[in-house]
Write a new protein. Structure first.
Length: 393
């Protein structure tokens, strides 16, 4: 019953995370697109920076943007903040349920670093917190006044964090932490900078003072950072489904390529929404394509010479999977925490092992994702034997 409840808790938190995350990303993309689409008109209200005409849902909308704020604000002013806050909160809850409840299964890999559960959790929380303070310090420093230099510094920060996480956590734990690292920065931008600055502007207006335009500029800078980081962080959040990413020996390098690919694609769409000619921004998808080609080359499977001459028969492969796989992947799993075989995959016969051979190859031979936390002590020789048998089928 405890396992049943835990599964539902995981599912509901994940669902909530997806729902509020979609809301946040949708709002962010909309306002960035709106901001770059604003145009100067011959006749505009005083203080208006630009306007946009839009059509949606059978109606027309006329939107105005004020450089600072109008003289009067209505009582029903809408603040877009809870989508960001709830995305962070549900994401952190998911991190707790998926990784902190049983760090030995998903977060810790003894082959990478020998950690106690409390150490792994402390490093996780500390790393996410430190990332925000370093990023915020970069933005507030003289580097923050130079867009290109700041972008390069943030890129180096994220790649450095990826390198560190891959030398501390398991493969899937490392990349999910890269996503959480970036997601924390994005949510903190809203909570610590964007919304507080907007509140200061409103408070100044209410006192009859002229708001500091620098507050709006800083808020916009952080909003732009968030939109460029969105696509990379989305891929990091689903990376644990792809061992070719999580268990690559240079997965931190793949993170760098994902940042380049996602950032370039996002730039293309932002500038296209701004009205730039496609021919003038084709370089962006070109860079993204080059990054993708590099990622494909880096992750291309290569024949392992160590598998040559390694062989076991059908009976031996059933015995091997019986020792390392069927505690979870069977009709009645014996591993604590599993009431049924994960994803319905059962490995109790030669036919079933052959059927799921490609998945086994990806999860247990080309990577050490399975068994979870290698609790059964599967050796490198056994992985090679299993891989050689699968490749012969």
């Amino acid at each position: 019953m405890l396992t049943f409840a835990a599964d539902w808790l995981n599912l509901l938190i994940r669902w909530a995370h997806m729902v509020v995350g979609i809301g946040w990303i949708g709002a962010s993309f909309y306002f960035i697109g709106l901001d770059v689409a604003l145009k100067k008109r011959p006749i505009m209200n005083p203080g208006v920076y630009g306007t946009a005409w839009e059509v949606h849902g059978g109606g027309f909308y006329h939107v105005e943007k004020y450089t600072v704020a109008p003289e009067h604000l209505p009582d029903d002013l809408i603040w877009y903040k809870w989508e960001a806050y709830l995305t962070f909160l549900t994401g952190f809850l998911l991190l707790i349920v998926q990784y902190y409840f049983n760090p030995q299964a998903f977060l810790i890999d003894p082959a990478v670093a020998q950690l106690y559960s409390w150490q792994a959790i402390a490093i996780s929380i500390g790393g996410l917190t430190l990332g925000w303070f370093v990023y915020d310090g970069l933005c507030r420093s003289s580097i923050g006044r130079h867009t290109g230099l700041l972008a390069a510094a943030v890129f180096v920060l994220i790649v450095a964090a990826a390198w560190a996480f891959t030398h501390i956590f398991s493969g899937r734990g490392a990349l999910i932490h890269v996503g959480a690292f970036v997601g924390t920065i994005m949510a903190a931008n809203v909570f610590q900078i964007i919304i507080p600055n907007q509140k200061l502007i409103v408070a100044s207006l209410m006192r009859g003072e002229t708001p500091d335009p620098r507050l709006g500029a800083i808020g916009k800078q952080r909003s732009v950072h968030n939109t460029y980081l969105t696509l990379p962080v989305l891929l990091m959040m689903v990376s644990n489904h792809y061992p070719m990413l999580t268990n690559h020996p240079q997965s931190w390098l793949l993170v760098a390529l994902v940042l380049v690919i996602g950032g370039s694609v996002r730039h293309f769409f932002v500038r296209h929404e701004a009205g730039d000619a496609v021919k003038d921004i084709l370089w962006a998808p070109g860079i993204a394509a080059a990054g993708l080609i590099a990622a494909l080359i880096v992750t291309t499977p290569r024949a392992d010479p160590a598998l040559a001459g390694v062989g076991i028969d059908d009976a031996q492969v059933v015995a091997l999977t019986g020792k390392h796989c069927t505690p979870c992947h069977s009709d009645k799993p014996t591993r604590q925490g599993f009431a049924e075989a994960p994803k319905g995959v059962k490995l109790t016969s030669v036919e079933l092992i052959r059927r799921y051979g490609p998945q086994i190859l990806a999860q247990a031979v080309n990577s050490n994702t399975m068994p979870l936390g290698n609790e059964t002590g599967m050796t490198e020789i056994e992985r090679r034997q299993l891989g050689a048998w699968i490749l012969k089928q």
